[in-house]
Structures are given as C-alpha cells and as structure tokens.
Write a protein that binds this ligand. Structure first.
Ligand code: ADP
Ligand code: MG
Length: 672
C-alpha cells in the first residue's frame, strides 16, 4: 500500500468500532482510509462446507460439525501458552477440537450449548481433531453451507474475520462513490467489471467467477499506476535534447572493420537497431540483453566508435574492478589502432594519476573512460559525455542505477545485461527502456556439459582435472566463501587453495587464488597470468562471476553449489564454453539444492533460467526492487496476470489523459 496520510474524509475511524488502536493496526498494513479497505482484495475464497452427518472426523481438510458441547477444558502452560480442548456430541459420535492460546473459548462454549465448529481437520496420536475451528452459536451463526467467504491478509492482532467485516462496512459506506477511471472499451477488452462493481464483488462474492473478475480489476490498479509513471517518464525524455550521431553506410563499414571479427547475424541485427537509436534526436534508452558469451562487448565498442566519431565521450561503467580492467585491456588494442584516447578510473586510482585522468577527461583527450561507479563521483567532469554504457547492469542496485542515469541525462544510454530480463519484468520495471536481444553467440563454441557431483566428493575429480590440464586446458574452482585462516571447512577458498597447492597431481600446472580481499593490483596480475595460460588452476570466489573471458578454460568446479542461487550458478557456468573446446561444469553440492541443479542440467537457456528464478524468488525480490521502494505491489501475481499488464500498458500508451490522472496517485480517489 502507499504511504498516504489518513484523510479526515475517508479515515477508518469513521466506522463504528474502529478506535485509535484498531486504526493503528490497520495503518500498519497500509490501510489508512475507507477507500483502502474497499480496494483490499481477499487473497483467496473459501466455500463453507455443510456439516458432517456421520463420524468420525476426517484427518485433513476443511470440516464442519454441529452438535452440543459435551466438555470444555482449559489447560494453562508455562509461558503464556494455553490450550482449550472441546468435545462435541455431534449426534451419536464425538468430535474433538483444540484451541491454542484462545482461553476465551471456555467462557464462550458452555456444556450443553448447541454450536457449530468449522476448521481444518488433522490427525493426532489420539485420533483426528479440528485445530482452532471457527465457532458458530445461535446468536452468532457461521455462514451458511455453500457461502463464499474471502480470506483476508489481516495484520497481526486482528482476525481475518474482523477485517472482512470492516471491509464490508467500508463498501457500504463509500463503495458507490469510487470512480472508474478507465473508459468502457478497455474494461470490455479485458472482460472486467467497473470499480464500484468489483469492490462490491470482492467483499461479498456471489460466485467464484464474479470474485475472480473483481480480483483482476483490483489487481489492475497498481499495474496501471506503474505504467502511467513509466509513460510519463518516457514522455519527458522524448522531448529531444539528445545528440544524434548519424552513421552512414561508409562510416558503418569503416566502424565494423575495426573489429577483429565479422558480426554474427544476431549482432548485425542488434547493431542496426542501436545505430538507428543513436541517430535519433531523443537520447537512446536501450537494454541490450544477451546470455553470457553472446558478444555484447562488440556492440558496445561499435556504439563507442560512432559516438567518438561524432565528437562525443563515452563512459563505460561496470560493477567490478576485475571487469573494468578486463574491458580496458580487451578494448585497448582496438582503440589504439584508431588513436582514440581512453583511461581506466576505479576507486583505487588516486593522487597524481587520478588528477591526470580528470584533466585529460575535461579537455577531451580521453574519449572513452572505463571504470566502476567511481567514474560518477564528484569532481569527475566530462567535456561532452554523449554515451553511457552500463555493463552487467543487473549487478547495480535499482537506486544506484537511477542515480547513474540521472548523471548521464541527455546522453545516450546503453544498458547491457547477461541476466536476461523476463518479459514480465521488461514490461514493468524497465518499461521505459526498449530491449534488444542477442539470442545466439558466435559459432564454433564447444558443448558445455553440466554434472552434479553429490555431497562433497571433490577428491574423485582431481585426477580428471589433472588430465584436462595435461591437455593444455584450464580449470576454475569456485568457492562461495573466502574463509578465515585455519578454516578448512568445505567452501572456503583459502583452505581449498592451500590443499590444491600441496596436491602433487595438480600443483605442477600452477595454482592461483583470487578473491575480494586480494589487493586489486595483485588480483589483476593473477588473473592476467591465468588468461595467458601460465596458470592451470584458478581458485576463486564469485568475484569471477561476470565478464571474465578465457577461451581455453574448459572446467568450472563449483564447490558448495547449493549455497548459490540459480542465476549466479548460470553466470558462473558461462565462464566456460567460450572457445571451441568441449567444456564441463561440475556442481558439487548437497541434495537440498537438487531442484536448482536439475534445472541447470536440463537447460542452458538463460531466459528459461531467469523466468524460473523469478518464479522462485518472486517478482519483488528480484534485483532488490522492494527495498528500493518501488511501487511493486501486486506484481507477485504477474505471471498469471500478464494480460492485465499488457492492458495497462496499452491503456497508458493510447490515452495521455489517463496517464496524467494516474501518474501522480497510484489509486483512484473517492469522488468529491
Ligand atoms: P558477453 O556477451 O558475455 O559480454 P563477450 O562480448 O565477452 O560476451 O564475447 C564473448 C567472446 O566472443 C569474446 O571472446 C569475443 O571476442 C567473442 N566474440 C564476440 N563476437 C564475436 C563474433 N562476431 N565472432 C567471433 N567471436 C566473437
Ligand atoms: Mg560481457
């Protein structure tokens, strides 16, 4: 819910029975106004069953019994725990129910009373019982058999039943005053009821179908708000102000000839799109997504060449120092060949060296600046920044990314990502960025076989690793932790490195260690030696997760792979299979992660894996979106409501009035 202040007009305290304490409880879950209550959607529906006509109780399932109270006992335990045990004469057979921490049940149910109970049945050692069932009395009966009742996400300290009652009351008070902002044809297109009808049906459902239609209309509210905000942002950035770079056929040929290879068909296709973007008056806003190894860097290089030809500068931003160094080193020969000035700026570049770079940047001698987020610190001034490239953008937090985008305002923006963005997310969070995709990488890559090595049986793979290195191939050995001195539990990189160094079967090939605490200079030197092939086996933490590109590395061992997430494992696997040789990824880990491993064994398609990851972790957790305070409410059901998302997007694209109305308030307001 949004953090709206309660307005006196719609405050929940206007209802009978809601005092300051209850209002505070409601506010704690974002329910401030009567309107909030109206728009709250039950998470699911329950159909009330008919009472059992004969015993005994089943061992599971929602069950209802009626009869007279035979006995009711309260037992208090240590701490504030208590338990009421109630036995009902249900017409010739006995039904038992337990109520934990509800001592009031003993006052409410007197021996001989005629009551009904309805709740979940479960098996116990003393036979089946109802656990914490609802109680119906003559004065306060349970809903009739067949009645539909919504289950409400109530705050701690308030029962769902009470919240349901408050919602109903709110609907009676103000439900008819809620305005429907959507035009009729859109409602018809989505087969949706209007808001006043939906609000009524959500809290007093007559049928499952009516409830589902109401749920969908209410689920559209946050989606519409988000799409409206995105549309408003897009309209703002469409006002020109970019520096178009025109790339004619001759220049295009010349730029492509600077690369050491021919573009793949996918790269060619993407380059056409990017070149067209760069030629527009409004700045480019593009995400280039492509699985690991599909060749995104070459496109970044082409865009940079083009911008520099046009007299502009490029900021090439990456999440880690390791990757910054790699790009800097990898692209240097191409830039040198045509005399383009460049530099590398990370947090560890200081003093005279840093001042020197800043000076050359400000006077335009440096055209391409590689670096970590240090390149957007205070004091770093470009003379004419025309293109910002953010590689592995998924590694930047949402807040960080938008801050960076702010700095490069007016410049063209190219985001690159190896974590393919599921369509669902692409349409929402990245809704104001257009996506272009590389599906297939350069040809001539060897197969990658993925194997699961159960438990911690790393000993058996060592002779095989020796054989691979004998053949001139190289091995990554990833551990999730660095590990302190003396920590030789599995998964500690330092200890693994020590062990492998002592192992005569592999140490003659050269073993090195990199992790976040190795000083940067030393780390890049070690990586460089691995890249050159001086070292056969590189023990590392996940610092090598992105970007590291060594064609003759054919084996990736991931120790304690069960500690790592699906997307991360996929990224690590992407470090091998980058040359023509056959490669292997060995997942060493416990059965707890079997599902994840199976997924990786089945597919190398990063899109499938990303969608699966999304399903597992939920939309909001992805990329830490929730912490970033984005309005992502309701996105958890996105998978099933994708058509609603499309409807919201279409509505906002075709109707500027709607955008103006919705972009500033996430929900429709009560009519004045
Ligand atoms: P990623 O998309 O993961 O960033 P890279 O840009 O690092 O991929 O490219 C992976 C490897 O493929 C690099 O070694 C690069 O030189 C090579 N490569 C890229 N494009 C081509 C191409 N068109 N033909 C041959 N090799 C290519
Ligand atoms: Mg890359």
């Amino acid at each position: 819910m949004n953090g709206q202040k309660p307005t006196p007009k719609g405050a929940t305290t206007l209802m009978g029975g809601v005092g300051p304490a209850k209002a505070r409880l409601l506010a704690s879950v974002g329910l401030h106004t009567l309107e909030d209550l109206c728009l709250l959607t039950p998470t699911s529906l329950t159909r009330w069953p008919a009472p059992l006509t004969s015993g005994p109780l089943p061992e599971e399932g929602l069950t209802r019994v009626s009869g007279s109270v035979l006995s009711v006992k309260l037992v208090r335990m240590r701490g504030k725990q208590s338990r009421v045990t109630l036995v009902l004469d249900a017409g010739g057979w006995e039904a038992q129910a337990s109520f934990w921490n509800q001592p009031w049940v003993r006052e409410r149910c007197v021996v001989g009373d005629q009551i009904e109970l309805c709740g979940e049945a479960r098996a116990t050692t003393k036979g089946p019982e109802l656990l914490g069932p609802k109680i119906g009395t003559e004065r306060d009966p349970l809903p009739a058999p067949g009645a539909l009742v919504g289950n409400y996400p109530s705050p701690k300290g308030m029962s769902g039943h009470v919240l349901a009652g408050l919602c109903k009351e709110a609907v009676q008070l103000v439900g008819q005053q809620i305005r429907e902002p959507l035009p009729e044809h859109l409602l018809a297109a989505g087969d949706l009821p209007d808001l006043p009808t939906a609000v009524q049906a959500a809290h007093d459902p007559r049928s499952g179908v009516a409830f589902e239609a109401a749920r969908r209309r209410l689920a559209l509210i946050p989606l519409l708000a988000l799409q409206a905000q995105l549309a408003a942002r897009r309209a703002g950035s469409d006002k020109g102000g970019g520096r178009p770079v025109s790339i004619g056929p001759d220049l295009d040929r010349e730029l492509q000839a600077r690369l050491p290879f021919q573009l793949t068909p996918d790269q060619s296709q993407a380059w056409k799109v990017l070149a067209r973007d760069l030629g527009r008056r409004s700045p480019m806003r593009r995400i280039l997504q492509g699985d690991v190894g599909t060749g995104k860097t070459a496109l970044a290089a082409l865009c940079s060449f083009a911008v520099v030809e046009g007299g502009g500068q490029v900021a090439f931003l990456v999440p880690t120092e390791v990757l910054a160094e790699q790009h800097h080193m990898g692209l240097a020969p191409l830039l040198d060949a045509v005399g383009i000035g460049y530099a590398l700026l990370t947090g560890r570049v200081r003093g005279e060296e840093r001042r020197n770079i800043l000076r050359r940047l400000a006077n335009g001698e440096v055209s391409v600046l590689f670096g970590t987020h240090a390149i957007f610190q205070k004091g770093v001034e470009f003379s004419r920044l025309d293109l910002v490239i953010i590689d592995e953008q998924q590694r930047f937090g949402v807040g960080q990314r938008s801050a960076l985008m702010e700095k490069g305002k007016g410049a063209h923006l190219l985001l690159m990502t190896a974590t393919p963005i599921p369509r669902t997310l692409a349409l929402t969070v990245y809704g104001d960025l257009e996506v272009v995709t590389l599906r297939n990488g350069p040809p001539g890559r060897g197969d990658v076989h993925t194997r699961w090595v159960r438990g911690q049986k790393t000993r058996s793979i060592i002779p095989w690793l020796a054989k691979r290195m004998e053949a001139g191939e190289q091995v990554y050995w990833v551990c999730p932790r660095i590990g302190k001195d003396g920590d030789d539990t599995p998964g500690a990189a330092q200890a693994r490195f020590d062990k492998l160094c002592e192992d005569e079967r592999v140490n003659s090939f050269g073993v090195e260690l990199v992790h976040g605490k190795v000083p940067a200079e030393e780390r890049s030197w070690r990586l460089e030696r691995f890249r050159r092939g001086d070292i056969g086996l590189l023990v590392a933490t996940t610092v090598i997760e992105v970007g590291v590109d060594v064609a003759s590395a054919t084996v990736m061992v991931i120790e304690q792979a069960d500690r790592l997430g699906l997307a991360q494992l996929h990224q690590l696997r992407g470090r091998v299979g980058r040359g023509p040789l056959e490669s292997w990824c060995l997942l060493v880990g416990a059965a707890a992660a079997e599902e994840r491993f199976t997924m990786l064994l089945q597919t190398r398609d990063g899109f499938e894996i990303a969608e699966e990851d999304l399903r597992r972790r939920g939309m909001g957790d992805l990329a830490g979106l929730r912490q970033a305070g984005n309005n992502l409410e309701g996105l958890s059901t996105l998978e099933q409501d994708l058509d609603l998302l499309l409807l919201a997007r279409e509505a906002c694209q075709s109707d500027p009035r709607l955008v103006r109305e919705l972009a500033h308030g996430p929900r429709p307001l009560l009519a004045p």
